[in-house]
Structure formats: structure tokens, C-alpha cells
Ligand binder design. Sequence first.
Ligand SMILES: Cc1cc2nc3c(=O)[nH]c(=O)nc-3n(C[C@H](O)[C@H](O)[C@H](O)COP(=O)(O)OP(=O)(O)OC[C@H]3O[C@@H](n4cnc5c(N)ncnc54)[C@H](O)[C@@H]3O)c2cc1C
Length: 486
Amino acid sequence: MTRSIALVWFRRDLRLHDNAALVSACEAAHVVPVYCFDPREYGRRAFGGPDSFEFLKTGPHRARFRLESVEALRSSLRHRGSDLVVRVGRPESVIPELAAAVGADFVTMHTWPTSEERQVESAVRRALDDIGVASRRFWGHTLTHLDDLPMSLDDLPDTYTTLRKAVEAESTVRPPSPTPDIPAVPADAPEPGTLPTLSTLDDGLSMPVDDDRSVLTFDGGENAALDRVESYVWEGDHLRRYKETRNGMLGADYSSKFSPWLNEGCLSPRYVQSEVERYEDQRVKNDSTYWLTFELRWRDFFQFQFAKHGTTFFSPGGIRERADIDWRTDDAQFERWATGETGIPFVDANMRELNATGYMSNRGRQNAASFLANNLRLDWRRGAAYFETQLVDYDPASNYGNWAYIAGVGNDARERYFDIVEQARLYDGDAAYVTHWLPELAALPPEYAHEPWTMRDDEQATYGVELGVDYPKPMVDLDASYEKFG
Ligand SMILES: Cc1cc2nc3c(=O)[nH]c(=O)nc-3n(C[C@H](O)[C@H](O)[C@H](O)COP(=O)(O)OP(=O)(O)OC[C@H]3O[C@@H](n4cnc5c(N)ncnc54)[C@H](O)[C@@H]3O)c2cc1C
């Protein structure tokens, strides 16, 4: 293949390290790296299926993060004598057109198990096939490679612990592949093109305002990802206490915050694993170092679950095909949940953090999701779609898989509801988190900050917090809403 030309189609794999599609393309004499902003991923879209509804596909936090990540990738490629061709358009048109224009012999790409990603990829491959250009596909976003699972997808266990134990006993994690030397683009390569702005992707989008209450500034791109690994694992030495701190909610370092970079592909999970192992060799090996891998295996679990079950995950009854829950639609109630005006401080604080920053802790996500799905019994897919819009780290499998799990229609036969006030007391005992996001409750002692509705009128007057004026009255009687779970 001395004179051949390859095109590498970057998707949610915006990195040079451990990138099998890039490594494969670099077997050619010339490589044309391409990124394509697909208009279907922006603006208001229908959810699809029965009871479809509209939602914003990508909100400002993730759109900005992605733009920064693409810009960073272009800069890294230019630094290495290459470039990144950027286009706005449907990949099934753009990729074959570019492949034909440069006379590509083959096109490389990564694959994902979720339906929209697969449909686009199939359309691209069919179009390439029509013009006689070969395509090479790689699986590259999980810790354990799909081909290294100790069972076939049909036999994949639907419970996490069973899968984890089998994988731990019978599979190994492949080492990350190093960044290859990248052959130059051909002399007659197409114009690189300019990067779109948020408003060209979606005229309703504008640059999110940085909020100084945010856990972290999430800068897109591979270098920012590697910096975050360096600062969390090595400089801050936080990995040694990860298991004890991971349920926190305030500050940069209670958990790794790797998720946005993992999900846009700026960071390979196998690179994270190699750093964990290096840390275990050089500093300490303990429950916490094991636990970060344990959590990355949860991420894998949902990817493999989607590979097995496909689109049934997006149906109201989920993979368990439950027909016994009457999922409600109530726009006013949904709006109160989404805007953080439910009158339940632990839910509201988390929703306001999500809206302001695009991030929410795992503890917060579990409670906010449980409140919508279990206490309100609103269609859990609307909640999940709202997270899809807002999250800077959104991934279809992790998001809809976790939501389905909590709504009782996913990978667990048990009811998964959370006692929200109990959770608030346990994980935010001094109400520091709740008052960080709800400053209107700052004057209250912690027990009232978590349950303001238990204050008498004279107490409301003493603390200067009048329910229904300064902060909403609760939209449901929480205790009564748990009764269906006996
Ligand atoms: C309702 C709900 C929706 C969620 N939606 C998403 C989503 O769209 N994208 C996403 O990456 N995570 C999602 N999660 C999982 C989890 O909340 C986030 O991965 C985590 O909070 C990210 O912060 P971190 O990187 O600091 O996590 P850490 O605690 O440092 O964990 C390290 C990594 O492990 C993975 N991980 C940890 N917990 C989970 C989990 N339960 N499921 C899957 N992967 C996990 C993530 O990749 C994470 O970056 C969701 C959880 C819930 C309950």
C-alpha cells in the first residue's frame, strides 16, 4: 500500500492516542482526517416511536465542549504536519464525496452500539460501497474490547455483577496503542474548511456562560483530557481515596470528572486503566484504585447491553417490556422538575447545577431521575431526553441505560426508587450542597434546608424564608408518593 490514500472519519473519538481507526489509516501513504458536524444532532428533534415528543438534541454545554474538542484535534493534527477537514452536513453524503474527491482507497472509522450512531455509519458504508471505496470499522471506546468478552452477545448477562465477575476472571484489557506518525494529506487535499459556531449548528444555541459554582471548567480536547488525568491521579493524588469520596457533590475532586472526555472520545478508557496500573505500581494499590476500574466497567456494561438489546432500551417498558406502569405526561410538572422548581431542595439543587453547568454528580443523577420516574411517574424517557440535551458528558448507552435502571424498566428486577430526603441527609448532612445551588435557603438549619415544608409559619418568618414566595412549596407529598412501593 505504498501510494494509497486513506480517509479517517473522526466521530466521538476525538483523540490521537489509542485510536485504532487512525492507526489503521496511517498504513496508507497519505491520510485525510475528516470531522463532520451532522445537522441531525442539533436543533429540536422528535424522540421517535409511539408517544414521540420533541426535545433539543444537543444543548449548549455539550455543543461547546464538542466544538472545542474538534478545534483541539485540528490543532494537534496540524502540529504533526497533518490537518483536519471539517464539514457541516450528513456524513453519508460528505464522507463519500470527500473520499471520491481525494481518490481514497479506504476509509476508517469507529463504531458504536447505539441506534443513531449505527444508522449513520451503515449509511456511510453503503454509500462508500456504491462508489467502490472499502471501509474499515473498529470498536474502540470500551475498556474491554467487544471481541474479548468471554461470551457471545446473545449470552451476555443482564446483571452487572455477573458480567463484571466473568470479565474480571476471563478477559484482559488491551494496552492502549500509541499515537502513530501521521502521513501528510495529499497535495490536492480538499480545503480544510472553517469550524462552525454554536449558532450555525443551531440558531437557538448561544455560548453558555461560565458559572463559578461549577465543579470544574470542562475544556474540550485531548490535551485537556490528559491534563485532567494528570491533575486528578498524579498531582492531586486523589485516586487513593476515590472510593470514599466518589459520592460527594461539591468540588472538582470527589470523583474523576473524566466522563465528558471519555464520551466525546478525547480520552481512551484503556489509557485511564494504564494510568491506574502505573499509579498502583508507583504509589498505592487499594480499594479505591480498583473502584475506578469498577466504574469504567459499569460504562462498558451499558455499551454491551445496548449492543445486545438495541432500540428496546428506548421504549417506555424498556428491555423488561413492562406494561404495568402508567407513565404520565404532564407538561407543567415536567417543567417544574426540569427548571429545579419542585420544592424538594435536593432535586432542585441538582437540576439547577445541571442547567447552569451541564454536569451533575452520580448521586444527584440517581435522585433527580428517581424523583421524575418514581415519585412523579412522568415518562422516564422525557427525563432522559432532558439529560441528553443538557449533559456535557451525555452518552446514549450510559444515559438511557441508567435511567431505565432507575425507572425499573432496565437491568434490574428490583424497584430502584430513592428516598430523597434520606439521601439528602446522608450525602449532604450540613446542606452545603443544597445551599450552594439554592442560596435562598442558606439561612436555614440543615434539617429545614432539606425539608423546608416542615417549618411552621413562625419559623419561616424567623428565618426569612416564606414557602411559596422565596422558595416553592413541594409539588408532591413525598411520603405519599412512595406508598405504591409498599
Ligand atoms: C440517570 C443517570 C444518567 C446518567 N447519564 C450518563 C451519561 O449520559 N454519560 C455518562 O458518562 N454517565 C452517565 N451517568 C453515570 C454517572 O453518573 C457519570 O458517569 C458520572 O457521574 C460522571 O462523573 P465522573 O466522571 O466524575 O465519574 P467517576 O465516579 O469518576 O467514574 C469514572 C467513570 O466511570 C464511568 N461511570 C461511573 N458511573 C457510571 C455509571 N453509573 N454508568 C456508566 N458509566 C459510569 C464514567 O465513564 C465515569 O467517567 C448517568 C447516571 C445516572 C444515574
